[in-house]
Design a protein around this ligand. Sequence first.
Ligand SMILES: *Cc1c(COP(=O)(O)O)cnc(C)c1O
Length: 369
Amino acid sequence: MPRPIHATIHLEALKHNLAVLRARAQDARVWAVVKANAYGHGIERVFEGLRGADGFALLDLDEAQRVRDLGWRGPILLLEGVFEPRDLELCSRLDLWHTVHCDAQIDMLSRHKTQVPQRVFLKMNSGMNRLGFAPGRFRAAWSRLNALPQVDEVSLMTHFSDADGERGIAHQTAVFAQHCQDLPGERSLANSAALLRHHQDASVMADWVRPGIALYGSSPDHPQNQVAHWGLRPTMSLRSQLIGLQTLAAGDSVGYASTYRAAAPQRMGVVACGYADGYPRLCPTGTPVLVGGVPTRTLGRVSMDMIAVDLEPVIQAGANPLVGTAVTLWGQDASGAVLPIDEPAAAAGTIGYELMCALATRVPVSTDA
Ligand SMILES: *Cc1c(COP(=O)(O)O)cnc(C)c1O
């Protein structure tokens, strides 16, 4: 028998989350962001759950090819645009829309030989200071693009740095509105956090929203808001089993570096899951975990293939944990209990995005259609 660890992708939850986000997005169309192999879920695995989107947004040309291979004929947007001239040939061949964020990409387009003009999303750096034209240079870039025979429609986009936090988006929406004024073209601004927190503002929803993380049932503004607050469901569950049991005496320690020491006699389980499966080594003692559907906590250091869990709360809940008892590291337990991925992520000082993306290739994955 293989190790009992397994990840499950929940198609119904993907459909549900997409419907929740669409309902908030006013009249905007929805890009399902599936970069990084659908946030670690697998593009082929999520496709059925997300095919109700209006388009797929991603970064890699090979991911775009995979979405076309699945039979998707609708829009696909390259969020970072092209990296070299020959990428434009694939854009033509696969009918990809692409972001234009710098002059070098306009230069490449101006030299591209194509019969069919391409649709581009011109990106403004409205304050994030990652990709995009400075506001004062945006109009000139638009004019240059608009004059190219290689270009069909020019849409306008920007990306928020603080949609999930206190600073918010007003400083960026003001810059974007000012420097897009009177320019024709569809507009796209909102990521998950903007879509969830600023959906009353029609100018933020605009023509296209670009949710990623919320589709996958993680709250972009955790811990301020839990995923349940947004009505979203986990789309990835990482489950394993107890493979060993120990009884600690007062003073006994657990795991490498003896970072946990029992104050009193305590029953403890060993789970087949470690950092080589993508479970963060930085999760300290006390990280939430479900054993037999009962909330409990990890004990001591995460090792490569195993973690230790406290069985006292499980026994107190009336359960009888044994070798083979189900453990949920994140997501949904078979009993229906939910442990949002945001909780172990926060315990490790990171975000749900990173845990999803870091699921190790040695973990078998299936969908529960
Ligand atoms: C990744 C990404 C998104 C989606 O962000 P989430 O926070 O996952 O919703 C949207 N737009 C761009 C440009 C991105 O790179």
